[in-house]
Write a protein that binds this ligand. Structure first.
Ligand SMILES: Cc1cc2nc3c(=O)[nH]c(=O)nc-3n(C[C@H](O)[C@H](O)[C@H](O)COP(=O)(O)OP(=O)(O)OC[C@H]3O[C@@H](n4cnc5c(N)ncnc54)[C@H](O)[C@@H]3O)c2cc1C
Length: 372
């Protein structure tokens, strides 16, 4: 088959590797000039570990394993440690300790996946996106941003939360993207703001600020509760302003210094959201990863679901040439784990960004009980 995959995140890179290994001719287009390595480290857990093993990258991930989010210290305004983030505190059956739970930097995962897709059947094109998708009975004509048209058998939208393929095929994202009442900002900060190796998290009601020192770099993560803000998710200057505004009254801990440092190029901001669609495919177009079923970063399952979804789709496509039944089996197999991951988010939001001082105190009592 000729396959066009849009988006070179964990989902798109994994699917390109798996379909390329099966001998399919794959074109993978990515709008950014390189794969995107920013943000926090990511978690590879649950069934995604088997997918990593199949792709031959498990040992690389195990060697580069770090422990950052789990182990983060909760601190008060005076930087006194009040407890630690442990697997017992974060909800869901997905968190495990030890070998069965790998946290790695996004760069390590991307580089491992890129090395694994170095196959003659896979073409990777950066700074390219999809502008139109036109399907007829035998195939799909995909117009790319350079004006060329590719005739393919299958189009895969692996282009994340704000998927263009989903918009072109299923309609505007407002129908499918559900804001969870929380916003996230991630940005690199000087290590002087995170002198201690590991994570440190301070909370005021409805406002979380944390710094994570990875040894070679430090990242700040800010989560705050807010109703939906109508903003353009590409307008970075406005996003920085929103974050400054959200933390203007907060003077505790290192918040003023962290917020003063947010004027850096590597700045990620978005509404914490989930994607829910009744079906993940239409005709010869199918969605994987966040484009299909974003579970939100609070689930800790986004990357694992992306890899697992890619492998499930690749397996079902290998059964026979019937796309419709392959897509239906793919969705049937993935739905239960997606539903569980999406359901875990409310409880994790209470741990990461408690809404009230009572909820913050409750978290610290819980953490002390687990630590004891
Ligand atoms: C810069 C960045 C930082 C992130 N940081 C975190 C984090 O710290 N913690 C966390 O839990 N999750 C984070 N996420 C989300 C996380 O990567 C996903 O939840 C998860 O890995 C699922 O992967 P995915 O491949 O489905 O989507 P994504 O990782 O979002 O990958 C989608 C890819 O598609 C590309 N793309 C988007 N639109 C187009 C288009 N129109 N044409 C071509 N390519 C397109 C994007 O550039 C991206 O490379 C981040 C995502 C990004 C893009």
């Amino acid at each position: 088959m000729d396959v066009l995959i849009c988006g070179a995140g964990a989902a798109g890179l994994s699917l390109a590797q798996l379909l390329g290994s099966q001998g399919h001719r794959v074109t993978l287009v990515e709008s950014a000039p390189t794969v995107r390595n920013g943000g926090l480290a990511i978690d590879v857990r649950a069934g995604a570990l088997e997918v990593a093993a199949r792709m031959g990258i498990l040992e690389t991930l195990q060697r580069a394993r770090i422990q950052m989010i789990l182990g983060t210290a909760f601190v008060d305004a005076g930087d006194r440690v009040l407890g630690t983030m442990t697997p017992e505190l974060v909800a869901g059956e997905f968190y495990e300790e030890g070998e069965n739970d790998i946290e790695v930097s996004r760069r390590v995962l991307n580089e491992a996946l890129l090395a694994a897709i170095d196959l003659p059947t896979v073409e990777l094109r950066y700074e390219t996106t999809v502008t139109a998708v036109a399907e007829d009975t035998d195939g799909v004509d995909v117009t790319l941003s350079d004006g060329t048209v590719r005739r393919v058998d299958l189009v895969v939208g692996a282009d994340g939360l704000h998927s263009t393929v989903r918009r072109l095929t299923f309609g505007p994202e407002a129908q499918f993207v559900h804001h969870l009442g929380i916003y996230v900002a991630l940005f690199e900060v000087p290590t002087t703001l995170a002198p201690e190796l590991g994570g440190r998290m301070y909370n005021a009601p409805g406002r979380m600020c944390s710094v994570l020192n990875y040894g070679d770099r430090a990242v700040a993560m800010a989560l705050f509760r807010s109703p939906f803000l109508d903003h353009d998710y590409r307008d970075i200057a406005r996003q920085r302003e929103i974050v400054r505004e959200a933390y203007r009254e907060e003077t505790g801990w290192r918040i003023p210094a962290v917020v003063a440092a947010l004027d850096v190029p590597e700045f990620y901001f978005d509404a914490v959201s989930q994607v829910k669609l009744p079906t993940w495919s239409r005709g010869r177009v199918v969605l994987i990863g966040d484009a299909a079923h974003c579970s939100a970063l609070l689930s800790g399952m986004g990357t694992s679901l992306a890899m697992l979804g890619a492998a499930t789709l690749a397996d079902e496509l290998a059964v026979d040439g019937d796309l419709a039944s392959a897509f239906s089996r793919y969705q049937q197999r993935m739905s239960p784990v997606v539903t569980r991951a999406q359901a875990s988010v409310d409880a994790n939001a209470e741990i990461m960004v408690p809404a009230s001082q009572q909820a913050i105190d409750r978290r610290h009592r819980l953490a002390r009980a687990v630590d004891a």
